[in-house]
Design a protein around this ligand. Structure first.
Ligand code: UGA
Length: 443
């Protein structure tokens, strides 16, 4: 099928590559000319396992193309995907300017019936707004062309985006139109082989499903972080508790890892936007407000522990930081817990030596040159001359470290672990102090 995708961010680019990979004819449109030029040359602006070879192979096969030409984009696809960003507005609501700008562009150039498919995370009611926008522009042109607006939210995770997109556990499609349903069923047929993954519903329910899914996952994380705080005060071990509750299939093991709080471009923004949506209807979302408050506190906790350990000031101290990305297998630092940690360390007077396997370039872009930050090429290099080590991202290479080397290099022999990577007894066996989340500390 001929498909056009507006927006080559995470969602648009991955979706475009995966749809091309199963044989669809995909054109991706973006207003950022430099980004489009890079993509045309097969260069991928994000770190995402498996994406680069998939993009290059499908470009070579002629099934995946990139352009800044919106008119060509509108003409090409029978299905037009909206996959542009919805950043938070000042009040926490999702900013729809990019979504509505694409809607206007589509309506301006449309010469034949189109199905507009919204993949961006947008508040309930946005499909109606998109339809109104298209209708208004078409009326201004004096054009009468049929169109549908469908909601088809995306559930991929960064770092596993290609795999998630190739093997979705569900495909949510919100539309009341039988014709649009048939088109989307045809589009997704290659992903729907062994059992039916398509969940059909009305447009508004599909829009709410996206927020409900992310809010539920964020709730699980804030819940376990809250119990971790309790475990610390009661002398219990959150890792034992986690395994104990996860073994109940009604609870499950996933998304109950305690840590330095959730970050990324989705959970913080989506929880905020859902709170805003709820409040705008006069409804107080008690649970979501608490989920957000717990996470705000959780992202401060690692920094607070380090500062408290040193009696309130980090003047003259150098802290090694392992992990900057908001999670492993990505270079994304949006809303990353590491950013809160670094601010807390700097505010207390520390110097930081940081390493991340993928996000060094991103860190350079965000922080620029600073006397109190050294970006180090390896985990071992970050330890050089440092007093203590803080771990914020659970990259695999941090999981089995050389504890002897850590003990030799760290002047104060202290590890502050925001991801509970190690067995406290093993760390203590190497003569290191160890503070983690929700477990008895050794310091
Ligand atoms: C999240 C959802 O998991 C996807 O399903 C969704 O499609 C996506 O948002 C989106 O809306 O686009 P993502 O933000 O890529 O995906 O990352 P996650 O793997 O969900 O992790 C989010 C944060 O939660 C990370 O900071 C991670 O460290 C933290 N986390 C996750 C925990 O602290 N504990 C856990 O047990 C799991």
């Amino acid at each position: 099928m001929k498909v056009t995708i507006f927006g080559t961010g995470y969602v648009g680019l991955v979706q475009g590559a995966v749809l091309a990979d199963v044989g669809h004819d995909v054109l991706c449109v973006d207003v950022d000319a430099a980004k489009v030029a890079a993509l045309q040359a097969g260069r991928i602006p994000i770190h995402e396992p498996g994406l680069q070879p998939m993009v290059q192979a499908n470009q070579a096969a002629g099934r995946l193309r990139f352009t800044t030409d919106a008119r060509e984009g509108v003409t090409h696809g029978r299905l037009l995907f909206l996959a542009v960003g919805t950043p938070p507005d000042e009040d926490g609501s999702a900013d729809l300017q990019h979504v509505l700008a694409v809607a206007r562009t589509i309506a301006t150039h449309m010469a034949a019936p189109k199905t507009i498919v919204n993949k961006s995370t947008v508040p309930v009611g946005t499909a109606d707004q998109v339809a109104d926008t298209v209708r208004t522009v078409l009326a201004g042109r004096g054009a009468q062309i049929a169109f549908e607006v469908v909601s088809n939210p995306e559930f991929l995770k960064e770092g596993a985006a290609v795999a998630d997109c190739k093997r979705p556990d569900r495909i949510v499609i919100g539309t009341a139109s039988a014709a649009a349903e048939a088109q989307l069923r045809e589009l997704y047929a290659p992903f729907n082989r062994n059992h039916d993954r398509i969940v059909m519903m009305d447009v508004r329910s599909a829009e709410l499903t996206k927020y409900a899914a992310n809010a539920m996952l964020a709730t699980k994380i804030s819940f376990i972080n809250e119990i971790a705080g309790l475990a610390e005060r009661l002398g219990a071990d959150i890792e034992a508790v986690r395994r104990g509750i996860g073994s109940d299939p009604r609870i499950g093991y996933s998304f109950i890892y305690p840590g330095a709080g959730y970050g990324g471009s989705c959970f913080p923004k989506d929880v905020k936007a859902l709170i805003h949506t709820a409040q705008s209807t006069g409804f107080t979302p008690e649970l979501l407000l608490a989920v957000e408050r717990r996470n705000d506190a959780q992202r401060q906790t690692l920094g607070e522990r380090i500062v408290a350990h040193y009696g309130g000031s980090l003047q003259g101290k150098t802290i090694a930081v392992w992990g900057l990305a908001f999670k492993p297998e990505t270079d994304d630092m949006r809303e990353a817990p590491s950013r809160y940690l670094l601010q807390a360390l700097w505010a207390a007077g520390a110097r930081v030596r940081a390493h991340d396997p993928a996000a060094m370039g991103e860190a350079r872009r965000i922080f620029g040159e600073r006397a109190d930050l050294t970006l180090c090429e390896s985990p071992a290099d970050a330890l050089q001359g440092a007093h203590a080590l803080a771990i914020v991202t659970e990259w695999k290479i941090f999981r089995v470290p050389d504890f002897e080397q850590i003990a030799q290099r760290l002047r104060d022999r202290m590890i502050f672990d925001g991801r509970n990577l190690y067995d406290p007894a093993v760390v203590a066996g190497h003569g290191l102090g160890y503070v983690s989340i929700g477990r008895p500390g050794v310091s």
